[in-house]
Design a protein around this ligand. Structure first.
Ligand code: SF4
Length: 336
């Protein structure tokens, strides 16, 4: 039996119109082990959120999802019908979005919204249903749960609404939670509380989690391993501690250098020059080439493959080789 709850192989999410077609997610592979928290990191436009929507079967037309497999607990999600995916969502897989106000329905009470999937998937009703919902409100740290049960989303603070979203995602004890920037819309102090809550619930319930974020600081707090995405591709993977201590890919190095340092007194932070290119400008080479301080001629000619740089770390850079040496002297001589 596999030790992984999720195995994604060669996932492609394509958006087509009459004039153009591009893969917002372009042949990516990764896995999530049982009980593990995987961070997917990158700037806006790198394909992180599209990846999560593709796994959940929530990509809307004209988007299409293809690939070798999205194996969830032994079932290839690419082969399921819409109805089968609907049954899976909310029962075996839960999702937490960035902005709870747009995900919660303003005209239903908190209790009704948490109870909905319990009614559908667990067939709970009446007193038993209400008790379970109140218990979930307690578990996510909501005070006065009997009273809040009857509240509507607009009556709650941002942090409380996100706790409600977590309760909804967890209601049916899913095996996997996908959280897409769950703390980005919150104040810094509330962010820390929500991350702590998610970490705590995940370890108590033994769930697996994918945490999507642009913030490597968040990843270092919560995740076991990470996948760094850039322009639809995976550019680096590995255990969080290793990657943060010894990043291999120039993009990961740039993200790390952009983090505020403890005791940092200067007003200006480091940042990666330029922007993630639009798919129309991806070309045939490394998509990071226009922003990379190490760029060499080869980078403009071919897309680097993901190669092992240590037992557990992989990097997609022409300068990366097995063992983590920063490479191929012939290529470096041609660097500008
Ligand atoms: Fe930089 Fe070239 Fe590596 Fe891309 S392949 S990250 S451009 S050195």
């Amino acid at each position: 039996m596999s030790s992984n709850i999720l195995e994604v192989k060669n996932l492609k999410t394509t958006f087509s119109s009459r004039k153009t077609s591009f893969n917002a997610v372009d042949g990516i592979s990764f896995h999530v082990a049982k009980g593990e928290t995987l961070g997917i990191v990158g700037e806006s436009g790198c394909g992180k959120s599209v990846t999560s929507l593709s796994i959940m079967g929530l990509v809307k037309p004209p988007g299409t999802v293809s690939g070798d497999k999205i194996d969830f607990n032994g079932v290839n999600l690419l082969k399921l019908s819409k109805k089968e995916m609907r049954n899976l969502r909310g029962s075996k897989m839960g999702m937490i979005f960035q902005e709870p106000m747009t995900s919660l329905n303003p005209v239903y009470s908190v209790g009704d919204q948490i109870g909905e999937s319990l009614k559908i998937h667990k067939k709970l009703k009446g007193k038993v249903l209400k008790e379970k919902v109140v218990d979930l409100l307690k578990q996510v740290g909501i005070p006065r749960p009997d009273e809040i049960y009857h509240n509507y989303p607009h009556q709650l603070s941002g942090g409380m609404r996100q706790r409600v979203m977590i309760a909804i995602a967890m209601a049916c004890d899913p095996k996997l939670i996908i959280a897409d920037e769950p703390t980005t819309a919150l104040d810094v102090t509330i962010q820390a509380q929500i991350l702590e809550l998610m970490k705590d619930l995940q370890s108590k319930k033994g769930m697996s989690m994918i945490l999507i974020t642009h913030d490597l600081g968040v990843v270092s707090e919560v995740c076991d391993r990470l996948v760094v995405m850039y322009a639809g591709k995976v550019v680096e993977t590995g255990p969080v501690k290793e990657v943060l201590r010894n990043p291999s890919h120039p993009y990961t190095k740039g993200l790390l250098a952009s983090l505020p340092k403890k005791g940092h007194k200067e007003k200006r932070l480091n940042f990666i020059q330029g922007q993630v290119p639009a798919p129309i400008n991806w070309g045939n080479g490394c998509r990071f080439a226009d922003r990379c301080p190490y760029v060499i001629n080869e980078c403009h000619k071919s897309i680097p493959a993901l190669v092992k740089v240590s037992d557990s770390q992989e990097s997609a850079c022409h300068l990366a080789v097995e063992g983590g040496e920063r490479v191929n002297n012939d290529l470096i001589e041609t660097a500008r």
